[in-house]
Design a protein around this ligand. Structure first.
Ligand code: AMP
Length: 374
């Protein structure tokens, strides 16, 4: 049986971004101490929020010793952490989710192979290692997206290719020894499910969220998603089955494409809280961060019911264009904002988010965006 880690103990968090910040805030409220190992020299979001921060790269041996000797259990807020390090942390203190589960989710080849081997519907794909394999893949799959296997997120490391694209030129441009070539999906919408599973195999899911992007960056997330009950139930079932087949312990985000005929394809999994789960902070009794903490610390999983329709607006850098964002938010009664403590607001950088509650939330979010981006 998994050990229960009670308040007063120290949670170790690998990664020092906004997800780590929000996990630290929740941990503090619940009476836990936090130690963040950022893996970077700068980690603005967690400064002043974590009890302690180790600002060292992930290849620093002393940092590993210091981290493991100070924490009672560890988790991640970010999946792109070297797998050998995750295994070392797992060997010294408990790591939830496991290094193996994070290893699957951090690498598109392993992720896709896991889905295919477990008969979970995902986008048709081929692994390609050279221009000839790319040309063959394009012939078989038609229009595609070529993605790097590792370290890709928010559309980074991805290139869209027409069925008749020049494979030699595209491969020469692609800066990686191996690619995952995915068929282009004409989806109707994108949705996601947050699922949590504890050490005893109890599983809970949150309502399905619907996700709209701007240049591959999540912009707005709507819960509940505007899909039929059947599609919503199926998405939640698939998310449970992904967690079960991975023997997962922790919180995970599962992203899907919903096709025009209502069928679902898993796009990818995130072994941590997810941007599309931020609505849970104000619209559910148990936020996704509390849920992660509960799963990681071996507490009973919390209630996931959606208490109000909610629309999460990501506060991306360009919403400050007219420099009125805070003024506008301050006028809203039923909107709850969360800032990440970042000093630069370049481009579409994620600087915070706001949860708008109520039946008219989407209209209010759209009006606000129009005013700010006009
Ligand atoms: P990813 O980083 O793989 O989640 O991709 C970022 C975004 O690119 C997704 O949320 C989709 O909007 C789009 N995208 C990725 N893969 C595909 C695909 N195979 N077909 C259509 N759109 C895609």
């Amino acid at each position: 049986m998994k050990k229960t880690i009670l308040p007063g103990k120290t949670l170790g968090i690998l990664g020092g971004g906004q997800l780590g910040r929000m996990l630290c805030l929740e941990a503090r409220r619940m009476g836990y101490r936090t130690l963040v190992w950022s893996g970077t020299r700068v980690a603005e979001p967690v400064m002043g929020v974590a009890d302690e921060v180790i600002l060292k790269e992930f290849d620093d041996g002393q940092a590993l010793t210091d981290f493991c000797s100070a924490v009672d259990v560890a988790t991640v807020e970010f999946e792109n952490i070297p797998l050998p390090l995750l295994r070392q942390v797992e060997g010294k203190v408990g790591l939830y989710p496991s290094a193996e589960a994070i290893g699957i989710c951090q690498n598109r080849e392993r992720e896709k192979t896991f889905l295919r081997d477990n008969d979970i519907a995902c986008t048709p794909f081929r692994l390609v290692h050279n221009a000839d394999e790319l040309a063959e893949g394009l012939r078989e799959l038609g229009q595609c997206v070529l993605k790097t296997a590792e370290f890709g997120y928010d559309g980074k490391g991805q290139v869209k290719l027409a069925a008749d694209a020049d494979a030699a030129a595209a491969w020469a441009e692609f800066d990686a020894p191996k690619g995952v070539l995915e068929q282009w999906v004409e989806f109707e919408r994108e949705v996601s499910v947050m699922v949590a599973r504890d050490g005893e195999g109890q599983v809970v899911t949150y309502d399905v969220a619907e996700n709209e992007h701007r240049q591959h960056v999540l912009d707005v997330s709507i819960a509940p998603a505007r899909v039929s009950e059947n599609v919503a139930a199926e998405a939640r079932e698939i998310a449970v089955s992904v967690a079960e087949k991975m023997d997962y312990c922790g919180l995970m985000g599962v992203e899907f494409f919903v096709k025009k005929d209502g069928s679902l394809l898993v796009n990818e999994m995130a072994p941590r809280p997810h941007n599309s789960g931020h609505h849970t902070m104000d619209a559910c009794a148990t936020s996704q961060f509390e849920q992660q903490l509960r799963a990681v610390c071996g507490l009973r999983l919390g209630e996931t019911k959606l208490l109000s329709p909610v629309v999460m607006l990501n506060l991306l850098g360009d919403l400050w264009r007219a420099n009125r964002l805070e003024d506008e938010l301050a006028k809203e009664a039923d909107a709850y904002w969360h800032f990440y403590g970042k000093s630069s607001r370049e481009g579409l950088r994620k600087c915070g988010h706001a949860n708008f509650l109520g039946e008219d939330a989407l209209a209010r979010v759209q009006e606000l965006k129009e005013r700010l981006l006009a």
